[in-house]
Design a protein around this ligand. Structure first.
Ligand code: ZN
Length: 383
C-alpha cells in the first residue's frame, strides 16, 4: 500500500513536471527540461556525461556557479552542489540523488515560475501560488477570477502578467483564457474572503514534533506536498523504528528528518551515558532507514543543560529550539487557536513548533500555510 502510494506520488510528480515543462511556456531560461534529465539519477564527484551537464546548467541558472559546463563533475561542481544543499537545509554530502533533485525542482519552480499552469485534481489556487511563489492577487487579476475558490482541475491559469510594470488594461493584453463556467456537479465551497498574498520576501520554517504517527504523518505530508513546501520533522526514535515506512516517505519527499530523543524523555539531568545512549539510538533509528545521519535534534521538553550542550557538540549535531513559546498547539482547543499561536510569532527566520499528536494541527495546517503566504512568507527547511 505504502509502496503503491509512493509510486503514485512519483508518477504524479513526473506528470506534474511534464505538464510544467511542456504546457507552460518559460521565459528567460529554456533549460527546464534539464531537470527531467536528472530524475532518477545519482551523480557524484567524478561522474561524467549528459546528466552532469544538465546538473551544471541547472545549478548555474539557479545562481550556483558549477565552473565550466563540461559534463564533468569536478571540484567546482561539487562545491556548487554542496552550497546548494547547505542553503536548502539538506545534508551537504555533494551527492545529487532524488532528494537534492526534489529541492532543485522546488527552487526552480519559485525562481522561474511558468507563465501558465494547468490545475490538477485537488489543487487550489492558493496551493499553486505558494508552490510557485507568485502573488495570488496577480493571478486573480491575470485570469479575471471573481471567486478564487471556484477554480477547477484542467483550468489553465496565467501565473504572470505579461508586463509586471504595466498591468493589463481593460480588454487589452489580458490572458486568452476566458472565465469558464464551473461544472454544475461541483459542490459549492463556502465563500471565503478574497485576501491576496504577495510574492514571498521572508522565510519561515515549520517543524513537527513527536511523530511519525500513522494517524497524522501521511495527512501532513499530503498537505505539504500539495503546496510544494519543505518542513522539518523531529521524530521520536522508537516511533521511527515502529514506522520506518513513514520515515522513508518524509525523507523521500525532501523534508528534513531531525530527532527528538529515542524514548521522548527529557535528557537533561540524566547521566551523560544514558543521554548519549538515548540520542544515539534515535539517530540510528533514522539513519537505518534513510542512510543519512540526522544533523538536527530537538531535546524532548526543550530541556537543555551543559551536559546536553556538550553532547550536542560531541555528536556533531545542531540543537534546534523554536520561536513560538509553548508551541502553537499544545493548549489550543481549536484550529483557530493553533493558527493564532503560529501567527503571533511569525517573523522572518522564525521556527514554528507544531505537534503531530495535537488534535487541531492537521485541520489548521492549510490555513497556517496560506495565512503565512498571505503575509509574505516563503517556507524553508533547516540549514
Ligand atoms: Zn515532544
Amino acid at each position: 500500500m505504502r509502496r503503491w502510494r509512493t509510486s503514485l506520488r512519483v508518477l504524479f510528480g513526473f506528470v506534474f513536471l511534464c505538464l510544467l515543462f511542456s504546457g507552460g511556456s518559460y521565459g528567460a531560461p529554456s533549460l527546464a527540461e534539464e531537470l527531467l534529465v536528472l530524475k532518477g539519477k545519482i551523480l557524484e564527484e567524478d561522474s561524467k556525461g549528459q546528466a552532469v551537464l544538465a546538473l551544471q546548467r541547472v545549478l548555474s541558472a539557479l545562481g550556483y556557479d558549477p565552473g565550466p559546463q563540461d559534463g564533468v563533475f569536478g571540484p567546482r561542481t561539487l562545491e556548487a552542489v554542496k552550497r546548494f544543499q547547505r542553503e536548502s537545509g539538506i545534508t551537504a554530502d555533494g551527492i545529487v540523488g532524488p532528494r537534492t533533485v526534489e529541492f532543485l525542482e522546488r527552487t526552480w519552480a519559485r525562481k522561474f515560475p511558468p507563465e501558465t499552469y494547468t490545475l490538477q485534481p485537488g489543487e487550489t489556487l492558493s496551493m499553486v501560488c505558494v508552490r510557485f511563489g507568485v502573488s495570488l492577487d496577480e493571478v486573480i487579476r491575470a485570469n479575471r477570477i471573481k471567486n478564487p475558490d471556484l477554480v477547477y482541475a484542467g483550468q489553465t491559469l496565467v501565473l504572470k502578467l505579461p508586463d509586471r510594470e504595466n498591468p493589463r488594461q481593460d480588454g487589452q493584453g489580458g490572458p486568452e483564457e476566458p472565465e469558464r463556467p464551473v461544472p454544475a456537479d461541483s459542490t459549492e465551497p463556502p465563500p471565503a474572503p478574497h485576501v491576496p498574498f504577495p510574492t514571498p520576501d521572508k522565510k519561515i520554517c515549520l517543524t513537527f514534533d513527536d511523530g511519525p504517527d500513522p494517524a497524522t504523518t501521511p495527512k501532513i505530508l499530503d498537505i505539504l506536498s500539495g503546496y510544494g513546501i519543505p518542513a522539518v520533522f523531529f521524530v521520536i526514535g522508537k516511533n521511527a523504528e515502529r514506522y520506518p515506512e513513514l520515515i522513508r516517505e518524509i525523507y523521500e519527499q525532501g523534508h528534513t528528518v531531525g530527532v527528538h530523543g529515542y524514548e521522548h524523555a527529557p535528557l537533561a539531568g540524566l547521566s551523560r551515558q544514558k543521554a548519549f545512549l538515548d540520542l544515539s539510538k534515535a539517530l540510528q533509528a533514522v539513519e537505518r532507514v534513510t542512510g543519512t545521519r540526522p544533523a538536527f535534534w530537538r531535546p524532548p521538553g526543550g530541556a537543555v543543560d551543559d551536559m546536553i550542550r556538550d553532547l550536542t557538540r560531541e555528536l556533531d549535531l545542531t540543537l534546534v529550539m523554536w520561536t513560538n513559546i509553548c508551541g502553537a498547539d499544545l493548549k489550543a482547543s481549536s484550529s483557530d487557536e493553533v493558527l493564532r499561536g503560529v501567527l503571533n510569532y511569525a517573523r522572518d527566520g522564525a521556527i514554528i513548533l507544531l505537534h503531530e499528536g495535537s488534535p487541531h494541527v492537521v485541520e489548521a495546517l492549510p490555513r497556517i500555510i496560506e495565512e503565512l503566504a498571505r503575509r509574505g512568507f516563503g517556507f524553508q527547511g533547516l540549514r
